[in-house]
Write a protein that binds this ligand. Structure first.
Ligand code: AMP
Length: 140
């Protein structure tokens, strides 16, 4: 299947849809997941068009995983969870619902299960606050 230029993340990248931005650079964008599985759930995407892990050229993939590490460090600082999960799905059968490559950065807590994947919309003001909290911890 070919890349759909109107997928939701492509539209966020073009500024056609809003997001709670955490950081951006030449190659990548990080923003709050709109249906967080735990507080602080953040997404990291490449700017380049790629449906999944298999479609992205190595240089852009390297930039994306480096941003994922940078964001995960900030999330860890901001929320102090005992664990941080990095998740990435390829294909509907694997659970992918948005077909622009993305890495999930999800704080995890002992004994706390995840809210169902993409199940409940987060409160916009709360997500804005989380984004600010994570931004304040970038590169610290
Ligand atoms: P996946 O199932 O791995 O493709 O995950 C897609 C993720 O994108 C889900 O966790 C959704 O909650 C999230 N999502 C969908 N639309 C938006 C949006 N407009 N802004 C932020 N996150 C979104």
């Amino acid at each position: 299947m070919s890349y759909d230029r109107n997928n939701v993340f492509a539209r966020i990248l073009r500024g056609e849809l809003p997001c709670h931005k955490v950081c951006e650079d030449e190659h990548t964008l990080a923003f709050m997941d709109i249906m967080p599985q735990t507080p602080g759930h953040t997404l990291v995407i490449p700017r380049r068009e790629a449906r999944d892990l298999f479609e992205l050229a190595p240089d852009a993939l390297a930039a994306t995983i480096l941003t994922t590490q940078r964001v995960a460090q900030a999330v860890r600082q901001a929320f102090a969870p005992p664990g941080v999960m990095i998740a990435q799905f390829n294909g509907a059968a694997a659970g992918q619902t948005v077909f622009h490559l993305h890495f999930h950065v999800i704080p995890r807590y002992d004994g706390e299960s995840l809210v169902l994947h993409g199940a409940k919309m987060g409160d916009s003001a709360v997500l804005a606050g989380y984004a600010e909290r994570i931004r304040a911890c970038l590169d610290r």
